[in-house]
Every structure is written in C-alpha cells, then in structure tokens.
Design a protein around this ligand. Structure first.
Ligand code: ADP
Ligand code: MG
Length: 677
C-alpha cells in the first residue's frame, strides 16, 4: 500500500464499502482520522491476579464463569446479570448492569480473562461490569504480545474490528510525515505506532506525550495567531463616561467590591480602544459579574451603540433582562428580552434593527439570521462555555459584514481557568478576575451523605428549612428511569419526595421541557409557589433564587468538580446560611467530593480539579466546550511550558505556516474555538 494521510479509509487493504460506511458514520473518513483513533485503554494480560490475592481496584483475572442469571430491579428498572468466577484459588461474584447478553456469552468450562473494577458495592465485594475475552484468543495473539489495545466501540464496530484494521497497517506507519517543524525529539510515525502497538505502559506514555505535545502546540499557536488577527480588526471606540458610571454605581443598593471596580475599569479601558476587546471576566458564582456587564452596556448605550447579551438558557436570559432593566431603565437605557418564547418577535426585531433598543438580552434566538442590529458594538456572553463555536462565529460575521467593524467581546464564566493555564494557553484572552465575594455572604456548608441516612439526617434538615419558609433544590442526573446508569430520575425523585413531604408543593424541571414550561416553573419557584424543585442540571447556570438555601445532589459521583461547584452556587445567594448535600453510595467518597466539602473557593477548586485529572482526561469538555483536548492533560505543566515556548517562537513568523498545510488545517479548528474574533 502506498498511503497518504488525506486518502479515504477505503484506500486501506481490507476496508470494503461496508466497513467504510461504518467508519465514515463514526467520523473516520481519512487515513489520518483512523490513525488518530487511539485505543481508549489497554488490557495488560501479562500479569493476572489470583482470586485469593484480589485487592480492590482495577484487576485482571483469569478464570471460568458459572451460575449466570439475569434479574430485573423494579425500583430503578435495571437488568442485572450475575455470576461466579472461579480459579483454582477462590471465587468472586461478578455483576453486569443492563448487559443481559452476558448471560449467554460464555462457554462453561473455558477460561476467560476479565478486566474491570473489583470493589465493595452494597456491602459485598464484586467485580463490576468487567470486559471479558476468551483466554485461548488472547493467548494466540500476534507476537505473543499480551498487552492489547481496547478501542472505543463505534456502532456495530467493536474494538476487535479496529485491531484487525491496524494489524493490516502494521508495516505501513513509516509513511506518516511529521506534523510539526522539527522541534521535539521523536517522530509522529513512531508515536502513532507506539499508541496502536504498545507493548508496555512506557510505550503508551511516550506515544501520548508526543501527541499531547502536538496538540498543545496547535492550540497555543492558534491562540497566538488569533491575537494577531484580532489586532488587525477595528472596533467602535466607546468613550469612558465617568459621570454616568458614577451615577449608576451610586444608584445600586450595595457598594461594589474592589474586584468589581477594577474589572469594570479594565473593561471600560478596553472599550475605548479601536481594536476589539477580547476579555474573559471570571468570577465565582455570586461574585457579581452581572453588574459589571451592566456598566459596560451602559457605556456603550451612552455612545449610541448597542449591546447583545447572550445567555445559555431562556430562564437565565429572562432573569438577566429583569435585573438589568431594573438597574438600567431608570438611566434611560432600553432593555429588551428576546428568546424563543418572546411574543411579537417581529416587532421587537424591527426595534432592534432600528436601534431603538440599547441592550438586547437573549438566547440563541439572537443569532437567527433575521435578527439584525443597527450598530452592535459589544457582545457579552454569559457562561461562555455553553455556546457553540458556530454560534459565536455567526454573531461576528453578522456585524463585520454590515459595518466592517467587529464588536467588542466580553465573556463571563464562573468556571475560572486555572492560573497555570492562563498565560500558556489562553494567550489571546485578556482576563479580569472577581476574586472576592460581596460582604456578608456565608459559605455553603457542604456534606457528603449516603441515601440510607436520609431519614435520620437529611429529611429533618430539609423539614427545618421548609418550616422557615425556605426552599429546596433537589438535583437528579436523569429525566426518566432506565438507561445504562443506576442514577435516579427527576420524576421518580419528585414522586418519592411528595410522599415524604405531602404538604409541600413539589415540581420537577428538566431540559427536555418546552422553554415556556421551564420558565413557568422557574418563575413559580422564584415566587416561592414551589417549595421543592427537583431538577436536572438545567438549573446549573446563573439562576438566582435567594430564598432557596438547601440543595441535595443525588448520585453526586456522576458529576465533575466544576459542575458540582456550579450547582452548589445556586444556594447561599442571600444573607442566610445554606447547605449542600452530596449523595454518594461509594464507601469512600471520591477526592472530588472531599474537595467540595473542604472548600467553596472556585479558584482553589479549579486548581484541585486540574490536579485530580489523570492523563488523557479533558479539562472541562463541559466547562470550556471549545477546548476539547484529546491527548493533552492540562495538568502537565512541563509539557505545556515546552509547547508554549515553541509555539510562540513559531508565531513570530506566521508566514511559515504555508509550509505546513496539515498544521494549518489543524489550527484553523482551534482558531475558531478559542475566540470569537
Ligand atoms: P454571578 O457572578 O454569579 O453572575 P450575580 O451577578 O448574579 O453573580 O450576583 C449575585 C447577587 O449578588 C445578585 O443578587 C447581585 O445583585 C448581588 N451583588 C452583586 N454585587 C454585589 C455587591 N458588591 N454587594 C452585594 N451584593 C452584590
Ligand atoms: Mg451570572
């Protein structure tokens, strides 16, 4: 075979039309796509543990299985397949959830390798949902290499299928050219070979490190080039109207924190410039980002220009519109709300186009093609990670095409970027930080709790809050029962709570409801007409109901640290004490949950989060949706520093990018991601 990276996968021997179709459907179209489709993990069959020596954790065992049977639980609608694995030293219980085919998969009397987690569950040690392979198959594996890649399954295409394809490519890797200028020892061909044909953990590590470096180089280079591009754009210059700002600030019911003052100053200074602002305002939940945004919008309105504020949900948009109008309308600013549910949309859109509206708050509805602005000078994106790249891009194109000017951009997030990453990776962003909370806030007391302790410990607490007239958030993972996890659904939980608290008004909320329905429930919760709100994470961002002071998060182990911190930020928004209960069924709560018990400081938690993530894990695929790193672990500060140095040097002569067409394509992807401009 003589292959090029850009060839279709069909050029590979052994890939017929049927396989090609499956691969394409999984997004694997070119040889390059395929080569970068790396094993999810590796099974190391070289060392197995005798059953008599098993210790909790990840284990590889070899034995025979018997006593298989499947049952169904009613409460959580699961199928459970159980069996016993034996070797000549001992026996162990094995359990699979919602994999009923396991009951028929095995041949009695044959040896299998099982890899999975051996752990305590509901008081018994067991092997939970292990992978299984016929020992005879493993033993005759090519070259006697018992270190085997496990590829992520794509549709009907299993790991085994990928192994076979790579086996046919085994002798072909030499053709792979390097992606980057020669600045790092090793070659890409070697790294990719090691990833697919690793014989040890050391191979895997070396491969990952090379690919991670590539990835970081691309990301950092993209952000550097973005910065250069941004410098070339022109924006409306917004004069610093000190008197108007002072008047607005003195009309507030509170004094600004010093951090708010500084951030406002930094933003207003940026707005004066003829290059567009590209700034991130990061501050913990409750640190008061909205008022800073309001002051920026005020300046823009005073200059006769418009501001758009994009919020991730309709609920949040309407809350923002309300609180911004309260502050800005008395100062002569016209604030409008535009969401999917807005009545008389076309007349509002006409007002926006005519420039009658100074500040438009909205959701994605703001991005539709028929929403035109007269002179949009500032875009504010709240909880920016929730917005897709294309949407941001659209907003930019909209303005630049009409006026030749780019809007200033302010992104707000409650998920701070760890300091160690700010300079290295987000080199194109200026950052303002609200590092203090308004006075008088009490930290939310956080406790990990087990479901069996609800009756004794939790329900009395909840009852006490309800008796004071305060409200409760109850967070569940799922909308409906079923699916692969054991997590409880909002519906089931709401029914259960209604029995326990029969007098209280209880409602549930989730993302699949119609926006109007969601708004209505949120509105009634805000008016204290609903006392317990059972919800999925749709309440995660921004929602403000200061009378809700206790939150229970079911199946807390299912969420990331940042997300739990965000959720917790929904309580403790007033002046009274607040509590958050993290429900875990694990014997030992995870480090994540322990960190949350210990601290309410978002900046501390962001750093802790980074440290807790293992290699290959993605920092904030949720938090910074754009930043989907496949290989790099952002906790690897050495690698980041090295890649940063090389990428910044490369960016000094951006023209040389022409000599690296593949690199150019790769970084285009990131360039759109890292910023709007
Ligand atoms: P976030 O940063 O999470 O978006 P918000 O802007 O929603 O926070 O502010 C949270 C609450 O704190 C709001 O009710 C707001 O009016 C109030 N707030 C903002 N700044 C201050 C301050 N300096 N002093 C007291 N309360 C403040
Ligand atoms: Mg907010």
């Amino acid at each position: 075979m003589s292959l090029k990276l850009t060839d279709s996968v069909a050029a590979i021997k052994g890939i017929g039309p049927k396989t090609e179709k499956i691969l394409n459907k999984a997004g694997i179209c070119t040889v390059r796509d395929l080569l970068y489709y790396l094993p999810r993990t590796y099974e190391n069959f070289t060392t197995t543990t005798k059953l008599s020596d098993l210790r909790p954790g990840k284990v590889v065992i070899r034995g025979q299985i018997s006593d298989l049977h499947t049952s169904r639980t009613h409460r959580r609608n699961l199928t459970i397949t159980e069996g016993i694995i034996r070797d000549n030293t001992d026996a162990v219980r094995v359990v699979w959830f919602n994999q009923p085919y396991r009951a028929k998969q095995f041949i009695e009397g044959k040896d299998y390798y099982f890899t999975g987690n051996y752990d305590l569950s509901r008081g018994r040690y067991q092997l939970t949902s292990p992978r299984a392979e016929l020992a005879a198959d493993v033993d005759k594996l090519a070259g006697g290499n018992k270190f085997q890649p496990v590829y992520p399954v794509r549709g009907s295409f299993k790991s085994e299928g990928f192994r076979k394809i790579f086996e046919t490519l085994r002798s072909e890797f030499a053709f792979i050219p390097d992606l980057l200028p020669k600045i790092k020892p090793g070659t890409r061909a070697d790294a990719l070979f090691k990833a697919h044909f690793a014989e040890s953990d050391a191979d895997v590590k070396a491969a990952r490190s090379y690919l991670a470096y590539e990835e970081l180089f691309e990301l950092i280079l993209a952000s550097q080039l973005n910065k250069q591009e941004n410098q070339k754009l022109r924006a409306e210059q917004i004069p610093f109207v000190a008197n108007d700002i002072k008047r607005a600030v003195s009309s507030l019911k509170f004094n600004l924190t010093n951090a708010q003052r500084l951030a406002t100053f930094e933003i207003l200074k940026d707005l004066e410039k003829s290059t567009p602002m590209n700034r991130l305002l990061q501050g913990d939940v409750g640190s008061g980002k909205t008022v800073v945004a309001a002051l920026a919008a005020l300046s823009v309105a005073k200059a006769g220009q418009q501001t758009a504020l994009l919020a991730p949900t309709a609920i949040l948009a309407s809350q923002h519109a309300e609180s911004l109008a309260e502050l800005l309308t008395p100062l002569g600013i016209n604030v409008a709300l535009l969401t999917g549910a807005t009545k008389r949309k076309s007349s509002l859109k006409k007002h926006i186009k005519d420039g009658d509206v100074d500040l438009v708050v909205g959701t994605h509805a703001l991005l539709t093609d028929d929403t035109e602005f007269k002179n949009l000078a500032l875009t504010i994106i709240d909880e920016q990670h929730r917005f897709g790249v294309n949407q941001r891009q659209k907003l930019l194109e909209k303005t630049v095409a009409r006026t030749g000017l780019a809007p200033h951009l302010l992104m707000m997030t409650a998920t701070p970027i760890p300091r160690s990453l700010q300079l290295a990776i987000f080199g194109d962003l200026d950052i303002s930080t609200l590092n203090e909370l308004p006075k008088g806030r009490q930290p939310v007391t956080t406790k990990v709790i087990k479901e069996i302790n609800f009756t004794d410990d939790l329900y009395p607490k909840v009852r006490a809050y309800l008796a004071k007239g305060q409200q409760v958030y109850w967070i569940c993972k799922k909308i409906e029962e079923g699916g692969p996890s054991e997590a409880v659904s909002v519906k089931k939980q709401a029914e259960k709570l209604q029995k326990i608290f029969p007098k209280e008004k209880i409602a549930f909320l989730h993302g699949r409801m119609k926006p109007e329905e969601k708004d209505q429930i949120m509105q009634r919760f805000a008016e204290n007409k609903i006392h317990i709100l059972v919800s999925t994470t749709v309440v995660e961002v921004g929602v403000n109901v200061p009378n809700a002071n206790i939150m229970v998060i079911m199946d807390a182990e299912n969420y990331g640290l940042a997300q739990l911190h965000q959720l917790r930020g929904r309580v403790g928004r007033g002046q009274s004490a607040a509590e958050c209960y993290l429900v875990s069924s694990a014997d030992q709560p995870s480090r994540r949950l322990k960190e949350l018990e210990k601290s309410t400081d978002g900046f501390y938690l962001a750093e802790a989060d980074l440290k807790l993530r293992g290699p290959g894990e993605i920092y904030g695929s949720l938090q910074h949706g754009a930043m989907n790193l496949q290989f790099a672990s952002l906790s690897d500060t050495h690698l980041i520093a090295a890649a940063s140095k090389a990428a910044k040097a490369f960016a000094k002569t951006p023209d040389q990018l022409k000599d690296y067409p593949e690199l150019m394509t790769c970084i285009k992807r990131y360039q759109q991601l890292t910023t709007l401009n």
